[in-house]
Design a protein around this ligand. Structure first.
Ligand code: ZN
Length: 175
C-alpha cells in the first residue's frame, strides 16, 4: 500500500497521491489557469487601449499634414449577368448609392465569379446524367470597395475610423 505524497494517508495501489488530494490539486490547477487567462486578457486589453491611443495621435498628425487616414468598406452588389441563358440576379446598386450619399467614394470593384458545371442528360440504354463540361469565371456579383476620409472633427467619419481601428487591434492587426 502506497501513501499519499501530499497528506500521508493511504493512497491506493500504484498511486502517489490519494483521490481527494488529486481532486484538490486539479481544482487548484483550474483556478490557476483561470487566473492566468484573466491576466492575459487584461494585458491584451491594456495593449489595445495603448495602441489605439497611439494610432489616434498618429491619425491626427496625418490629418494635420493633409493626408488623412482612409476608412474602407465593401458593398456587395448583384449584377444581371446572364449565365446559361438566364440572368442570375437583377442589377442593384442601391447600397452603393446610399453609401455615396453618406460620403463614401467608390475605389474599386472586385468581381465575384462563379463556375457552373454542365451536365449531359441521356435517355435510353444508358440513361442518367453525366458531367459534360464546366464553365468558370462568370461574373455574378461584385464587391464594391468604398472609402471615406477622416476629418479630425470627431464627425461620423472619425467615429467609423475609430471603431474600425479598435476592431482591427482587437483582432490582432497592427495599425
Ligand atoms: Zn492525500
Amino acid at each position: 500500500m502506497a501513501f499519499c505524497g501530499v497528506c500521508g494517508e493511504k493512497a491506493g495501489i500504484g498511486k502517489t497521491v490519494c483521490n481527494s488530494c488529486q481532486q484538490q490539486l486539479a481544482a487548484e490547477r483550474e483556478v490557476e489557469l483561470a487566473n492566468r487567462r484573466a491576466e492575459e486578457r487584461e494585458a491584451f486589453e491594456a495593449h489595445v487601449t495603448e495602441a489605439l491611443q497611439a494610432w489616434a495621435s498618429s491619425a491626427s498628425t496625418l490629418i494635420g499634414a493633409g493626408s488623412a487616414p482612409t476608412v474602407y468598406k465593401s458593398v456587395y452588389v448583384t449584377i444581371d449577368s446572364v449565365v446559361t441563358g438566364s440572368p442570375v440576379a437583377d442589377f442593384d446598386m442601391s447600397l452603393v448609392q446610399a453609401a455615396g450619399l453618406q460620403g463614401w467614394k467608390v475605389e474599386g470593384i472586385i468581381p465575384r465569379t462563379e463556375g457552373i458545371g454542365l451536365t449531359n442528360v441521356s435517355y435510353g440504354s444508358s440513361s442518367g446524367e453525366t458531367w459534360g463540361a464546366g464553365i468558370g469565371g462568370n461574373v455574378v456579383r461584385a464587391y464594391v470597395i468604398m472609402s471615406r476620409k477622416m476629418t479630425g472633427t470627431g464627425d461620423e467619419s472619425d467615429e467609423i475610423a475609430f471603431d474600425l481601428a479598435r476592431e482591427l487591434l482587437e483582432a490582432g492587426y497592427d495599425i
